[in-house]
Design a protein around this ligand. Structure first.
Ligand code: PHE
Length: 457
């Protein structure tokens, strides 16, 4: 085995589950999933997303944890180690490089949205949504988007919160956040679900999310669903590989990963079923884009008993969910910088946090000053939309594809069995089959078809 414990090791398997769930459950589930479901017509999109989680996400997540635990270092050096062990070129470390870059790109727009959530903690707490209608909540959101000082300040605050935790180190920093607050978030979502059932258009929402009209879904939508499976499970960029590197040697990887995957999916579905009843009852467009969460839920909070309290608490929890994800976006790069011997945890965080902060400014301004800045080199998108597209729909699936190919086709089965403690276990063969013949093939098919459509259209 590779050298162990330069960065620390989780106390036990449950700490890994908590940390990985903390990474997986975030804005992807509560903010992004509902709005992309809304933009892509509902049910059929949800179905494709669920299939991608099961056939691509979970198998690749197992592979990623496996690679991390075998390599025991940052994704860049873990990939180098496992490639060497398999007698292959050290160029496989490029998977780690692309991941580190993807993590920084994601953090730069992620922290802008997390900043919105922080702003909403105070807005809700100060009663901005008392008795709110759709117009009021849309007004408050619009005001935020036109306020550069607020946008950039909250973005800065969130980046500082993130590097603060990562500076404190793996065991002391990252593991702590998830423990109490994730369960609390889940309880809050269930409560909102109750409100949606009682006061919103629950039936309309259920129909929208679970009855699939295939006609509503385009190939672009399929790529978005697949990309989102990677995004929501934190796959394809090394977060989970880095966390796997800190996993104790003999904990069962398969079970652990399934637990994380199921929890993540549940949070997304429940979040959708909280938001859409309010969307439909208040006449908000399901396709209103990134603002959906921020325009719909305040209407509920503004009109329910105790809404001031619950609304404030809700946005606190969303901020925390974002926080425990953001730390995993930067950890792979930080671990690598430390391994070079030229940085410590503090300086590594300053460098990478600073880079994401800088790029993030362009994302913060994508909703006002740069709203019409959609140059060809950003694929006709604003900086915010471009970085979202580039990471979720290109870099993460590509990273996942290479991980599937490496583990499925290049890694010695003996190494796998040793690492998984699963010699001759039938699940191992089923997993390996899916990882070889199904996950990578599906990723390639979706890529090729969307590319063809882009150039044909
Ligand atoms: N999974 C996180 C979410 O759903 C985002 C994330 C992506 C975190 C990639 C780490 C790596 O919000």
């Amino acid at each position: 085995m590779a050298q162990q414990g330069i960065h620390g090791v989780w106390a036990n398997r449950w700490t890994f589950v908590l940390a990985a769930t903390g990474s997986a459950v975030g804005l992807g589930n509560i903010w992004k999933f509902p709005y992309i479901t809304g933009e892509n017509g509902g049910g059929a999109f949800v179905l494709v997303y669920l299939l991608c989680i099961a056939l691509i996400g979970i198998p690749i997540m197992v592979a990623e944890v496996l690679l991390g635990r075998r390599g025991r270092q940052s994704p860049i050096n873990s990939m180098r180690y496992v490639a060497k062990e398999a007698g292959l070129s050290s160029n496989w470390s490029a998977v780690g490089w692309m991941g580190v870059l993807a993590g920084l790109f994601i953090l730069s727009f992620y922290s802008v949205v997390a900043g919105w959530a922080l702003h909403y903690v105070f807005q809700t707490g100060m009663g901005a949504f008392e008795g709110a209608t759709r117009e009021v909540s849309q007004g408050v959101f619009g005001e935020l988007l036109s306020n550069n000082t607020a946008l950039i300040s909250w973005h800065t605050v969130f980046i500082l919160m993130t590097v603060g935790v990562v500076m404190a180190g793996v065991t002391r920093g990252l593991a702590m956040v998830a423990r109490v607050l994730m369960p609390l978030l889940f309880v809050m979502l269930i409560m909102l679900l109750g409100y949606g059932m009682a006061a919103g258009d629950f039936v309309g929402a259920a129909k929208f999310m679970f009855s699939f009209k295939v006609s509503a879904l385009s190939w672009d939508g399929v790529l978005i669903a697949m990309g989102h499976a990677f995004f929501t499970l934190s796959l394809g960029m090394g977060s989970i590989m880095a966390y796997g590197a800190y996993m104790p040697s003999h904990s069962n990887i398969g079970q652990t990963v399934v637990t994380v995957g199921v929890l993540d999916t549940l949070v997304a579905l429940v979040a959708g079923m909280c938001i859409f009843p309010i969307v439909f009852a208040s006449g908000i467009e399901p396709s209103s884009g990134p603002g959906l969460l921020f325009q719909s839920l305040p209407v509920a909070f503004g009109n329910m008993p105790g809404g001031l309290f619950f609304g404030t608490l809700f946005f606190i929890l969303v901020s925390i969910a974002a926080w425990s994800s953001a730390v995993s976006l930067i950890e792979p790069g930080v671990a690598w910088l430390i391994e070079t011997g030229k940085f410590n945890r503090v300086t590594a965080n300053l460098v990478l946090g600073g880079a994401s902060w800088l790029v993030g400014i362009s994302c913060a301004l994508s909703f006002n000053l740069l709203a019409d800045f959609k140059p060809l080199f950003l694929a006709n998108r604003t900086p915010f939309d471009f970085l979202d597209f580039l990471t979720a729909q290109v870099m993460l699936p590509l990273g996942g594809l290479f991980i599937a190919i490496f583990v499925g086709w290049r890694m010695a089965k003996a190494v796998m069995e040793d690492e998984m403690d699963a010699e001759g276990h039938p699940m191992l063969d089923i997993w390996l089959f899916v990882l070889r013949y199904i996950s990578p093939v599906l990723v390639v098919i979706v890529f090729v078809i969307t590319l063809m459509n882009t150039f044909a259209g």
